[in-house]
Structure formats: structure tokens, C-alpha cells
Design a protein around this ligand. Structure first.
Ligand code: CTP
Length: 470
């Protein structure tokens, strides 16, 4: 990384992620760059301007009409003209919207809109998932991109709201890499002017407040934050390496050789009449991935599949069913002959009491229509009641809150050996997606929260945990 001689404007908005702005400034400076900071008023609630001022050795611009920076009323033009790039990290939804519409009501937006074509504008949105995925925010992101800005996609993970999902400000190294890449794009290769800001305005920046004690404290805080970033980086590298190793040892491991496994997958359809049903969005991908990986690992696999559009993995015996009752019958009929069962199906919890034969005609019912439902049999719980000592059973738990507690309750209530928790808060994690974020909990081992990975990699982790118990 080399920002030597580069003048970077760092914009900071009001977002919890603003605490990372000093880290970013510090890293740019470490790699030879010069940084000037423009903040929104909201950002000052999250990060102290003094911290940024001490780091950059320059005053922080917050207010549009601050008399100390006026320079003939055109300070923003000078600042923008004389920089090599501007990065707004974090970019709040409000700032994104203002840039998209050109609403120059803050010093930050005014600077961003004064940026010449020759300098890249990078925006790193950070907000709650729902805000980021809202059509208005997505529209604004698309608009600024078509206007030439570079949008650095937020990353997936834990959010300030307590939920998980997309919306986190990416790690500092991701931001630095994006900035470096932008600066090296051919269209931005131009000769930079001599001074960052015009001479007469330079004096106003000359006197920076130096408070040794305060600075020491801020520096210590930054060092701790940087160390934390480093630890996280090392942790994800170790995770990636572990996933890679697991993948590579899959084929030769044969770790389920000779074991008989029964797996349920997909949704069930509960008939209302001969043309209508109650169903769910399960794609069956997780159950099919389990069947494929188990078969590759040497197991003798029977897959009980609800209605799905997936082809049968090689070497797997498949039995197609439609309803929860059919799935229950198919499992219970042969369960005792298996070493292990994994219940990955999204079985309907309720089914119509008396499905109509033929089609219910509209004229035969009034505006409102009462449909009586009864609970289906819980296949996992029923098998949990009758399992033999040598049999291992694993179920899934789709939870929207108190994941671990609710998962533990299911583990006990259904007498399962393992429960794999899927969180519905993790966007794109369940049902139609090819990836999943799971936590494996068991009666005897510590909880195993796993990073987001493909459903095949999840299947490998789940089956390895099962193999340890068999
Ligand atoms: N399951 C089952 N038969 C059912 C319902 C659920 O075998 N009739 C299994 C699923 O395959 C899964 C586990 O039970 O492995 C948990 O399913 P989930 O929908 O998370 O929980 P429920 O027990 O249905 O409870 P709730 O929906 O209230 O969370």
C-alpha cells in the first residue's frame, strides 16, 4: 500500500461505525498520505473531532459557514479541487440520499459535490440491514454509482442494532484497498497541485491544538482498536484456512464409511383441496447437500425429499413425499435400521383437518373462509422418543430471536443429539440461498458458531460433528 504524496479527504457521517474513521485516517497517513477530514454534525456524536484533528494535524471541517475556513467563500472548491480522492466512511443513508439528489446542505455534501471528475469519490455505506436493503437506499446507491462514485459494499456480520446481516462498515484493509485501487485507475492518474489547500487558507490550519495527555490517551485507544482489527483479520484468515482444509480432506476422509443415514429435505405441501396447499419456501438445498456430502464420505444414504426441483446426488437412495404425514410415514417405517438421522426438512407444523376432495369453488364460500388446521406430527420429536442408544439424531432450528436458548430448548424437548441453528436475521442465509450461517449445539460439546459458508461446507461441518458422536 502506498499513498505517498496523495491528498485524501475523509468524510465521516453519523453512524456507529464512525469510530473506525480515526483508524482509517491513521492508516492512510501511515502509508504516506495526507488527510483532511470533513464531518457531519451527527458524526461528532460518535467520534471526537479532536481525535481526528490530532491525528491529521489539521482542523476538522464540520460547519458550512465557519468563518475561519471561508477563503473567499469557496473553501470547499479549493479543498475538493486540490485533493486526489475523497472517501466517505462511514456513509450514512441520509448522506447517500443527499449525494444522490445533490442536496448541498452540509459541508460534507458540498465538498463531495465540488469534487472534480479527476478525483474518485468512494462511499462506504454503513447502516442497519433493513435500511441498506430498503429500495430507497438501493436506488440512491445505484444513482451515485451511475454518477461515477465508487460504492464499497457493506459487509455481513453483527450490527449495532443487535441483529446480524449486511450493513457493517468493511474492515479498514478493505477500505484502504478500494482507495488504492481507485487512485490507480487510469482515469484518475493526473498530476496533483502543489498544495492541498490555497496558501491564504493554509494559515488557518497552521495552529493545531496539541494536548499531549489527551493525545496519548487517544493514541492508546487507537492502538487498541488497531490491534483488535488485526486480531479479527487473523481470526478470519484462520477460519478460511480451516474451511479450506476441511474441504480438501473431504474426499479421502471416508469418515462415514459403512454408516446408514436417513435425511429429510425440502418443504411439505399440506392440501387444502385438490389444487391448493399450504407450503413454505424451503428449497431443499441444505438436505440435498447433506446427502451428497454424506454419500461422498462413504455413508449409505436415504433421502426423504419433499416437493423440490433438485436432482438426486450420486449414490443416494431417494424417496419422494408430499405431505408431513407422508414424510412421517416414510421416516418412521425404516428409522430403526439407521445409525443416524438428520431432519433438514421444513415440515409444515399445521395441516388442514379435512382437505376438500376436488376444488373449492368461490361461489360455495362467502367473503371470509375458515380453514381448520391441526398440528402435524413432529417427526424429529417422535424419532427422539424411540431412538436406540446407538442412534444419533440431528435437527435444525430456524430462529428469529434468542437463537441459542431456543435451540437448547429444542435440543432437550426433541431429545436430539445435535441441533443446527439457522438464524432468520442473517440475510440470504436460509431457504433459497446457496450459503448458510449456522451454529451447531449438542448435548455434550461446546457450542460451535460457524462463519457464513456454502451449504456444502455447512453439511461437511454438521456431518463431522455427527461422526464424532457415532
Ligand atoms: N420438524 C419435524 N417435524 C415437524 C416439524 C419440525 O421433523 N412436524 C423438525 C425439522 O425438520 C427441524 C426441527 O424439527 O429439524 C425444528 O423445526 P423448527 O421449524 O425450527 O421448529 P418447530 O419445532 O416446528 O417449532 P417452531 O416452529 O415453533 O420454532
Amino acid at each position: 500500500m502506498n499513498f505517498s504524496g496523495k491528498r485524501i479527504i475523509l468524510g465521516v457521517c453519523g453512524s456507529i461505525a464512525a469510530y473506525k474513521a480515526p483508524l482509517l485516517a491513521r492508516e492512510i497517513i501511515k502509508y504516506g498520505g495526507e488527510v483532511r477530514v470533513v464531518m457531519t454534525r451527527a458524526a461528532t456524536k460518535f467520534v471526537a473531532p479532536l481525535t481526528l484533528q490530532n491525528l491529521t494535524k489539521a482542523p476538522i471541517i464540520i460547519e458550512m459557514f465557519d468563518s475561519s475556513i471561508q477563503s473567499g467563500g469557496s473553501w470547499h472548491i479549493h479543498l475538493a479541487r486540490e485533493c486526489d480522492a475523497m472517501i466517505i466512511a462511514p456513509t450514512s443513508a441520509a448522506t447517500l440520499s443527499r449525494i444522490a439528489t445533490g442536496l448541498c446542505d452540509t459541508a460534507l455534501i458540498t465538498t463531495a459535490l465540488s469534487l472534480p471528475q479527476s478525483a474518485p469519490l468512494l462511499l462506504a455505506p454503513a447502516m442497519d440491514s433493513e435500511m441498506w436493503l430498503h429500495p430507497a437506499t438501493q436506488r440512491n446507491a445505484a444513482q451515485v454509482q451511475s454518477d461515477g462514485a465508487i460504492v464499497i459494499s457493506p459487509s455481513d456480520g453483527d450490527l449495532a442494532s443487535g441483529f446480524s446481516g449486511i450493513g457493517r462498515l468493511p474492515d479498514i484493509d478493505v477500505l484502504l484497498a478500494a482507495l488504492s485501487e481507485a487512485l490507480n485507475l487510469p482515469k484518475y492518474q493526473y498530476k496533483t497541485p502543489e498544495t492541498f489547500i490555497s496558501d491564504d487558507s493554509e494559515n488557518r490550519f497552521a495552529e493545531t491544538s496539541t494536548r499531549p495527555l489527551q493525545e496519548t490517551i487517544e493514541n492508546d485507544k487507537l492502538n487498541a482498536e488497531l490491534a483488535f482489527v488485526e486480531i479479527k483479520r487473523e481470526y478470519s484468515a484462520a477460519q478460511a484456512e480451516r474451511a479450506h482444509k476441511t474441504k480438501n480432506t473431504t474426499i479421502e476422509a471416508d469418515f462415514l464409511k459403512g454408516k446408514k443415514i436417513i435425511i429429510t429435505a425440502g418443504p411439505t405441501y399440506e392440501k387444502i383441496d385438490d389444487v391448493r396447499f399450504i407450503g413454505n419456501f424451503s428449497s431443499g438445498k441444505m438436505g440435498f447437500a447433506l446427502a451428497e456430502v454424506a454419500s461422498n464420505a462413504g455413508a449409505n444414504v436415504t433421502l426423504i425429499a419433499g416437493p423440490v426441483q433438485l436432482s438426486t446426488p450420486q449414490g443416494v437412495r431417494r424417496i419422494d413425499v408430499t405431505s408431513a404425514a407422508e414424510m412421517y410415514a416414510a421416516v418412521s417405517y425404516q428409522f430403526s435400521q439407521y445409525d443416524c438421522a438428520v431432519f433438514a426438512a421444513a415440515v409444515a407444523d399445521f395441516t388442514p383437518v379435512n382437505p376438500t376432495i376436488g376444488k373449492i369453488k368461490k361461489e360455495s364460500i362467502s367473503n371470509e373462509f375458515d380453514l381448520r388446521l391441526e398440528q402435524t406430527r413432529d417427526i424429529l420429536a417422535e424419532m427422539g422418543k424411540c431412538k436406540a442408544a446407538h442412534q444419533i439424531i440431528a435437527g435444525f432450528a430456524l430462529e428469529s430471536e434468542n437463537e441459542i436458548n431456543n435451540g437448547r430448548k429444542k435440543l432437550a424437548a426433541k431429545n436430539a443429539d445435535l441441533i443446527i441453528i439457522n438464524s432468520v436475521n442473517k440475510h440470504g442465509s436460509v431457504f433459497q440461498s446457496d450459503e448458510n450461517t449456522i451454529t451447531i449445539i449438542s448435548q455434550s460439546k461446546p457450542d460451535r458458531p460457524l462463519p457464513r459458508m456454502s451449504k456444502k461446507e455447512c453439511a461437511m461441518e454438521i456431518l463431522r460433528s455427527i461422526a464424532e458422536l457415532l
